[in-house]
Design a protein around this ligand. Structure first.
Ligand SMILES: NC(=O)c1ccc[n+]([C@@H]2O[C@H](COP(=O)([O-])OP(=O)(O)OC[C@H]3O[C@@H](n4cnc5c(N)ncnc54)[C@H](OP(=O)(O)O)[C@@H]3O)[C@@H](O)[C@H]2O)c1
Length: 275
């Protein structure tokens, strides 16, 4: 049973890149009514532009935005979260749900500053949410109920897929699926460049590379088959693909990708502590 959100009041604090992607999707899909949404940013002119462009209430006043809000979507940078929570804590209602997308910020950190009994859901979406193809990992804090989790799932299912994980895995989600689009773009760009090297016009090479990656990912998602089995099915004995795979192995593609995710995961645990 989908959670009905359109009669809820939403405050989006920090309507930057990710906050805007999410908010635009909610408004486009009618998930929230614009008149029940207040979006904040740091700069006055950006607040005015949000109000004009999206028909929501735009302001730089976080306390005003949070007053009476059912749901607070916290989308400021991790280093700013502490200050913003301190600012809004007196305005939070006892039933207000905080959904934080800030990398590296634990639910306990938010609960300590917002009020010990506050319901908190931590989420880690990615920018592919902009085209409805996002991937979000979510986990609940100590006081969030199954219904709170359901609300968060509905909000992130609106921009793609959602998976519930243990909080101890949230930095790993950040390193894999939140940083992942950047890794995928580099692979995609390299495949397109390779196409140019072997004589294809750049636009056609980019299309071939993009649709191939999308197709391969779709097969994994739709069949549930192990990627290694699917790779084996493409690889004819003494054919062309095995020659390409040998080059990938010699270039250490696998270990390089693994190390990239490990490093990004480690870094995800550090962000909160930087000012
Ligand atoms: N980008 C991603 O791929 C991604 C993925 C997953 C999670 N996240 C998380 O999402 C959060 C936002 O990232 P982002 O990439 O969207 O950053 P961003 O584009 O820099 O957005 C941050 C926004 O916060 C606003 N802001 C700063 N201080 C504020 C304050 N005191 N009160 C209200 N608003 C304030 C800024 O306002 P101005 O515009 O006026 O400066 C800006 O609009 C981060 O915590 C990040 O970890 C990002």
């Amino acid at each position: 049973m989908p959670t009905k959100l359109s009669d809820k009041t939403l405050a989006v604090l920090g309507t930057g890149k990710l906050g805007s992607i999410l908010l635009r999707a909610y408004l486009k899909q009618g998930l929230f009514a614009p008149k029940r949404v207040t979006a904040t940013v740091r700069h006055e002119e950006k607040a005015a532009a949000l109000a004009k462009g999206l028909g929501v209430n735009g302001t730089t006043d976080n306390r005003k935005a949070v007053h009476g809000a059912d749901i607070v979507l916290l989308a400021v940078k991790p280093q700013v979260v502490g200050d913003v929570l301190k600012e809004i804590a007196p305005e939070l209602g006892k039933d207000t749900l905080i959904i934080s997308v800030a990398a590296s910020v634990p639910t306990a950190y938010i609960e300590q500053r917002a009020g010990a009994k506050t319901a908190v859901v931590r989420a880690m979406p990615n920018t592919c949410s902009a085209v409805g193809c996002g991937m979000t990992g979510i986990c609940r804090g100590a006081h969030a109920s199954a219904e709170h989790l359901e609300i968060a799932e509905a909000m992130f299912n609106a921009v793609g897929r959602t998976v519930v994980v243990d909080e101890k895995n949230m930095d790993a989600v950040t390193g894999l699926s939140a940083s992942g689009p950047a890794f995928a773009y580099i692979i995609l760009e390299s495949l397109a460049e390779a196409g140019v090297k072997v004589g294809l016009p750049r636009d056609i090479a980019t299309l071939l590379a993009s649709q191939t990656m999308k197709g391969a990912a779709s097969v994994v998602l739709e069949t549930g088959d192990h990627p290694a089995l699917l790779k084996d099915a493409v690889t004819t004995p003494a054919g062309c693909t095995i020659d390409g795979i040998l080059e990938l192995e010699e270039g250490k593609l696998r270990v390089t990708l693994i190390k990239a995710v490990v490093k990004a995961t480690q870094r995800a645990g550090e962000l909160l502590f930087e000012k």
